[in-house]
Design a protein around this ligand. Structure first.
Ligand SMILES: Nc1nc2c(ncn2[C@@H]2O[C@H](COP(=O)(O)OP(=O)(O)OP(=O)(O)O)[C@@H](O)[C@H]2O)c(=O)[nH]1
Ligand SMILES: [Mg+2]
Length: 635
């Protein structure tokens, strides 16, 4: 018995017989459909009052006969394996339209999503006779990609071409030749296409509720940040899509209709990935992947991916793997072949890559192993910090939103060459440098990981660890990119995270950076609004003088307190995860006398720095504690 697919309930025996007989038809490659097949589909449609379709294989066989309702046909799951690059599915859909309708959007979506060879609709007369035929086929993506942020542009270029409706006697296309020419064209395009990202291009999607005040401005700002994140992760951005709707759809986030548009747009631009500017539940991600046959990534995954690419220290790598596993675990339980599309991040990079495929039980074991390891490392660091004592060299930590210019400031102040670049999360394994002030006073200046809004909770745990050092800081420099339109939100986010990290109690100086990008009036306004803040340009050394003076002022009593301890020795045991240069280091310190002179501060600080010579090599804060010092102050 041949199987009938779709809406087969309540079919009369006669209808069933007519439908089953359709399987007997054979269709040669040079036509879309034979008159016999068209007639058989029309008869069955008339008998059932439903749309009837056949998926015809290029071999000539009918692979599936499908029954719909009066207005649409739901195709069976014909296997979601993507056709090979540049090739179609080798199946064409020929189906009836009862009321003379032309091809619908559902038809186009099926064509594109399933990469069918072609979709044809047969318009029937009221008496059930076949009258005309209209068909559509996939066309290769446009070469030129234009960036459009408004959703309106979506329908400008369609990823398919439509012919007809033509009266039945007038259809004279050679199907075999048409499909051959199209496949050649697709193959040619994919060969010449520049391959940049492993996952090809991505569409960035932002969906938000209309009702929220300022939703549009927020959406645009958020998409801008997402584009920067995507860029940092090495994702090639094909386009951005923004939709404001009454309510977030619990299943697909956006409406099905909009999702269909997005899928057509993705086909048009040859994008294979959707990056959502929000965090998706495992079932949302899986429903969207299933509906679109595209790889689906959310904001968390994007950030995780960046972290996976950038973490260098052992601790950092363990943290990222843990966060990746915790993210993947609830998704591993989804019994769905779209799973591979949901885990593994961009191209499945990162330390967790192979481990993400190991299944739930192993993943859980790995999570507890990683947690143990991290706890051990944490205890080691804690011991080390305690040994270092409260009265060592004062520590000043630079904190702030990602890309604010923290590393640039560290470099400028200390002459270090920490990587600073126009990418989010350029710094993941923060570095520390010593900075000398007049009167043999000095500080340890530490860089930190940048903050970002809506940090995924599991990543926050990873973050927390990188801020353990900052927890011991005597002073925080909160660096803000003054030229960023979202500057106020960045300050807010940073302050909220400082609270969560229990760092708000530490005295801090607000530093507005990149003032070279502001005009004089803007700078004056900014200073008026924040009288205690320091405005500077981390790229211009001279502008940092007032900051140095302020640091010296704030640390004065702290230096004096440590100076009361005439000789202070740090004795560090070697930790197994850090290099130890043999002997235990000791740190001598001496009582200082009078106060510094603000004006000469900068030059003296620089001279002292230059005189240190060898200490110019980069060291992490942990290493500073564990290595013999060459920049030791002696009497
Ligand atoms: N115009 C201008 N650009 C700056 C200034 N300071 C930093 N930048 C640029 O801002 C970008 C980010 O600087 P980074 O120092 O990497 O920023 P960060 O805060 O360390 O960033 P993450 O480590 O990613 O959190 C780089 O392209 C810098 O060159 C400045 O004063 N003026
Ligand atoms: Mg940095």
């Amino acid at each position: 018995m041949p199987t009938l697919y779709g809406n087969t309930t309540g079919l009369s025996p006669n209808a069933t017989k007519l439908l089953e007989r359709i399987y007997r038809r054979k269709v040669p490659l040079n036509v879309i459909a034979t008159p016999e097949l068209i007639k058989a589909l029309a008869e069955a449609s008339h008998e059932t009052g439903r749309q009837v379709g056949a998926l015809v294989h290029r071999s000539g066989e009918i692979d599936y006969v499908i029954v719909g309702d009066a207005t649409r046909l739901m195709l069976p799951d014909i296997g979601r394996l993507r056709a090979a690059q540049g090739r179609f599915r080798a199946l064409r859909l020929v189906h009836t339209h009862l009321w003379n309708e032309e091809l619908t959007r559902d038809d186009f979506v099926d064509l594109v999503r399933l990469r069918l060879d072609l979709v044809a609709a047969i318009q029937l007369t009221p008496g059930g006779e076949p009258r005309s035929l209209q068909y559509a086929y996939n066309t290769p993506p446009h070469e030129k990609i234009e960036k459009a942020s408004d959703a309106e542009s979506i329908e400008e270029h369609l990823p398919y071409a439509t012919v007809g409706p033509l009266l039945l006697g007038r259809v004279d296309v050679d199907f075999g030749q048409l499909i051959q020419a199209l496949e050649d064209e697709f193959a040619k395009r994919s060969r010449t296409r520049k391959v940049t990202a492993k996952d090809g291009r991505a569409l960035l999607v932002h969906v938000a509720e209309k009702t929220k005040h300022g939703a549009l401005a927020h959406a645009e700002e958020s998409l801008r940040e997402l584009s920067e994140l995507a860029d940092t992760a090495g994702v090639e951005i094909a386009d951005t899509v923004l939709q404001l709707r009454e309510r977030i759809d619990p299943r697909h986030v956006m409406g099905k209709g909009k999702l269909d548009e997005v899928l057509l747009r993705a086909a048009e631009l040859d994008a294979e990935t959707l990056v959502f500017d929000r965090n998706l539940t495992p079932s949302q991600a899986s429903a969207i992947a299933k509906h679109t046959d595209l790889k689906v990534i959310d904001r968390t995954q994007l950030i995780l991916d960046i972290f996976a690419q950038r973490a260098e220290s052992r601790d950092g790598k363990l943290q990222v793997e843990l966060a990746q596993l915790k993210y993947a675990l609830p998704r591993l339980s989804q019994k769905d072949d779209s799973l591979s599309r949901l885990t593994g991040g961009i191209g499945g990079r990162g330390p967790g890559e192979t481990k993400l495929e190991i299944g739930r039980r192993r993943a859980k074991e790995r999570v507890s192993f990683l947690e143990d390891q991290l706890k051990r490392l944490f205890r080691q660091r804690e011991v080390r910090r305690r040994r270092r004592g409260r009265l060592g060299v004062p520590v000043v930590s630079i904190v702030g939103y990602t890309n604010a210019g923290k590393s640039t400031l560290l470099n400028t102040l200390t002459g270090a060459d920490v990587l600073a670049e126009n990418k989010l999360f350029a710094t993941l394994d923060p570095r520390s440098r010593r900075l000398r002030f007049p009167e043999e006073r000095e500080i340890v200046l530490t860089d930190t990981v940048g903050f970002i809004r809506d940090l995924p909770p599991d990543l926050f745990a990873a973050f927390r660890a990188t801020f353990e050092e900052a927890a011991d800081a005597d002073l925080l420099l909160h660096v803000v990119d003054a030229s960023d339109p979202a500057r106020d939100q960045h300050i807010e986010t940073t302050e909220a995270l400082l609270t969560e990290l229990h760092l708000v109690e530490i005295p801090r100086i607000l530093v507005f950076n990149k003032i070279d990008r502001l005009d004089a009036d803007e700078a004056r306004w900014l200073q008026q609004g924040h009288p205690d803040a320091i405005l500077l340009s981390a790229t211009e050394r001279e502008t940092a003088r007032p900051l140095l003076a302020r640091i010296a002022e704030r640390l004065k009593s702290r230096w004096e307190a440590s100076a009361l301890v005439p000789t202070y020795t740090v004795d560090e045991g070697g930790a197994d995860d850090e290099p130890v240069d043999g002997e235990a280091p000791s740190l001598h310190r001496t009582a200082a006398t009078d106060d510094g002179d603000g004006e000469s501060l900068w030059n003296e600080a620089q001279d002292a720095q230059d005189a240190q010579g060898e200490s110019a090599s980069l060291t992490t804060l942990a290493e500073l504690g564990a290595r013999p010092r060459r920049s030791v102050l002696r009497i």
